[in-house]
Design a protein around this ligand. Structure first.
Ligand SMILES: [Mn+2]
Length: 362
């Protein structure tokens, strides 16, 4: 029995500018290189496993930032796949009508780029077909404009498509109300949503192959699959790239500058590559300088952002004596009737004080 292997990827956004990123330039440069490394790893996987088909579900590159040299590099990578046929369905970031487009060069013979206005079929042998469609512009508001023929049930059909199957009101090819059509295929290789997502066993978003911001939580990678006549199985394969971590740390007033630095440093792992955003909560000793904590932990991370969500540990007695006759004093007096060794009560007191003291400064 003939059995084909495939890889489903998409949303690489090669050449991405990371324009909205607040990360420093050197970090952004490394992330841009990582995207090419991800392509390299996917291509290597296809060679090593002798994958028959590489399906790319759009947003392979950024048309407005991609250069001719980048496009040729991409073609070279695909050409090196002598055992693999590559099917590309362009998306909204790499549209056929884009500034830099697939049309700008001649592609090697093993590459098929879907260029028709509707979803079209390519018969790869006497029982299997690959279907796809290429975006031309920035938006597609009606799926009816692109849905093509219903596939022949006696064939094994795979659809490669860039669109939004989550939000039915999306401007990016809304597919949510087209599940019946999608279900007429044996596998649907979707792109556009960056988080890997399985809508149904045979309708999947591969997600972007790596994380490039703190919004990209969770594992990233690609999907590998097997096709036999009438049956497609698939599974997610994670790739190892630098991870983005969102963490929180709780501090108490008894902790010194060094205690707190040590606590934060313990979160560090993959010191040479991972990125951390750490929120510090709790009550901070009034004489600990948060800026110094930032300096103290800096060298223990590849990249770290420390967010100060602490409140200061006030000297209640002196604060009371200074404010006996105003709202601050009355607030302290009232809160003192609660058990202040209880951390919830103490937090409530400090939050209230912080608000009142801030108001006074205004
Ligand atoms: Mn997209």
């Amino acid at each position: 029995m003939v059995r084909y292997k495939f890889v489903h990827t998409g949303d690489l956004h090669l050449g991405c500018g990371l324009k909205t990123s607040s990360l420093p330039e050197d970090v952004r440069n490394n992330l841009r290189l990582d995207v090419w490394k991800a392509l390299d790893q996917i291509v290597s996987y296809c060679k090593e496993k002798r994958v028959d088909f590489l399906f790319i579900a759009g947003d392979l590159f950024e048309h407005d930032l991609f250069k001719m040299s980048d496009l040729k590099m991409l073609a070279a990578y695909f050409k090196s796949l002598d055992k693999t046929k590559v099917f590309i369905s362009p998306g909204n970031h790499d549209p056929l009508g884009g500034f830099m487009s697939y049309k700008a060069i001649d592609w090697p013979e093993n590459i098929h780029i879907f260029k028709d206005e509707k979803i079209t079929e390519v018969k790869v042998d006497d029982w299997m077909s690959v279907w796809g469609f290429g975006w031309n512009g920035e938006y597609i508001r009606d799926a009816k404009d692109v849905l093509g023929d219903v596939p022949d049930v006696f064939r094994t059909n795979i659809l490669v498509l860039h669109g939004d199957a989550i939000d039915s009101g999306s401007n990016y090819l809304p597919l949510r109300d087209e599940m019946e059509y999608l279900n007429s295929f044996d596998y649907v290789a979707l792109g556009h949503i960056h988080k890997p997502n399985q809508l149904e066993a045979k309708i999947k978003y591969c997600g972007s192959p790596l994380s490039i911001s703190f919004k990209d939580e969770g594992k990233r990678g690609f999907i590998k699959g097997d096709v036999t006549k009438g049956e497609v199985t698939s599974e997610f394969i994670p790739l190892e790239f630098r991870q983005f971590h969102l963490e929180t740390v709780e501090v108490v007033p008894e902790e010194s500058y060094l205690d707190i630095c040590d606590k934060i440093k313990k979160l560090s792992h993959n010191k040479n590559q991972d990125l951390f955003k750490i929120t510090v909560n709790g009550i901070l000793d009034v004489d600990v300088d948060f800026e110094m904590i930032k300096q103290g932990i800096y060298d223990s991370f590849y990249y770290v952002e420390l967010i100060d969500a602490t409140i200061k540990d006030y000297d209640l007695e002196s604060l009371y004596s200074q404010n006996e006759n105003n709202i601050i004093g009355r607030f302290i007096k009232e809160m003192a009737q609660e058990d202040l060794n209880d951390s919830t009560n103490r937090q409530a007191l400090y939050h209230g004080l912080e608000a009142l003291l801030q108001e006074r400064q205004l």
